[in-house]
Design a protein around this ligand. Structure first.
Ligand SMILES: *Cc1c(COP(=O)(O)O)cnc(C)c1O
Length: 303
């Protein structure tokens, strides 16, 4: 079952959890979306009271803290992704962190076909071993982690400054008191102010060769197998549904600098100031021209 989110944090809403618990519920999975930690204290309280396991999807949260303690140390376990798109990357891979020795031993067995010693399988397993090249990539990512955080932070602040004056585009903020990786530059689009949807803004950026993304759109409750299991899940997820339509994630990392950010933000500014022209250009399926050139030619203003 999917539980709705808190629209302010984009994380699981503790207030919505208990009504989702059924006799078949065995645990709660919280996702630290965008690296901003869940309300872990509240989740621990519910898990303890209802005798449920508590597990965290920490795929976004490498290098982040909750009340000053590193993500990775909470719940029964926390699961990190080291995929190439994540802040900490080893091409492919991930890690499960736990304080529970028994669970750790089981997972070590599962990683290597359930082998205990030579030719002796004692547990269910798969091939989940990390290769040496992936480990080597992970080591270089580790060496550069602080530098990447600094670059991401600089970029985040530049985006914030550039987008401050664009009505209807609100950047998600990060908690000053916590450590974070600033990997995701998350914008929420209020169509009533921008005149364009998040989807249209992403299309405009794409036409300008800027790869912005709409994450979690559609939400995974709208994909198989969940769609068939819970065809009416959306009725329980109004905040999720609303947010999926509003989120855009802007480019970040080493290959983005002040001039690139200024260009990206100008495209957004220009597009949202010329919505009628932009919508017409986006409808032109046959020859999709660069939207800024269309605006420039019609309004005499350059990008
Ligand atoms: C990337 C991601 C995953 C999956 O990570 P893999 O390493 O591809 O298994 C899970 N949850 C979230 C929130 C993610 O962003």
């Amino acid at each position: 079952m999917f539980c709705d989110i808190d629209p302010l944090t984009h994380n699981i809403d503790p207030e919505q959890i208990e009504k989702m618990i059924t006799p078949r519920t065995s645990g709660i999975i919280g996702v630290h979306t965008w690296g901003r930690p869940c309300d872990i204290d509240a989740l621990e309280l519910i898990a303890r009271r209802r005798n449920l396991q508590l597990v965290f999807d920490a795929a976004h949260a490498f290098g982040c803290t909750y009340k000053g303690k590193p993500i990775g140390s909470f719940g029964r376990c926390e699961v990190f992704s080291f995929h190439a798109t994540k802040f900490f990357n080893s091409f492919e891979g991930g890690a499960v962190l736990t304080h529970d020795n028994e669970l750790a031993n089981k997972m070590r067995l599962m990683r290597n076909f359930g082998f205990q010693g030579y030719d002796n399988v004692i547990y269910l397993g798969t091939n989940g071993k990390m290769t040496e090249v992936c480990a080597a990539m992970g080591l270089t990512s580790l060496e550069s982690a602080d530098e990447f955080i600094e670059t991401n932070r600089r970029n985040y602040l530049l985006y914030q400054k550039n987008l401050e004056t664009v009505p209807g585009v609100k950047l998600l903020s990060y908690d000053d008191a916590e450590r974070k990786n600033y990997h995701y530059i998350v914008g929420e689009i209020d169509e009533t102010e921008t005149g364009l949807t998040a989807s249209e803004i992403v299309q405009v950026l794409s036409a300008e060769n800027v790869l912005a993304r709409r994450y979690f759109s559609p939400g995974c409750h709208r994909m198989e197998p969940y769609r068939s299991f819970f065809p009416h899940a959306d009725l329980m997820l109004p905040q999720t549904e609303r947010l999926c339509k509003r989120v855009i994630v802007l480019p970040n990392g080493n290959s983005v600098d002040e001039s690139v950010i200024s260009r990206i933000c100008n495209i957004i500014r220009l597009a949202t100031a010329n919505t009628a022209v932009v919508r017409a250009a986006l409808k032109n399926e046959t020859a999709k021209p660069s939207v800024s050139s269309v605006i420039a030619s019609r309004s005499g203003r350059g990008a």
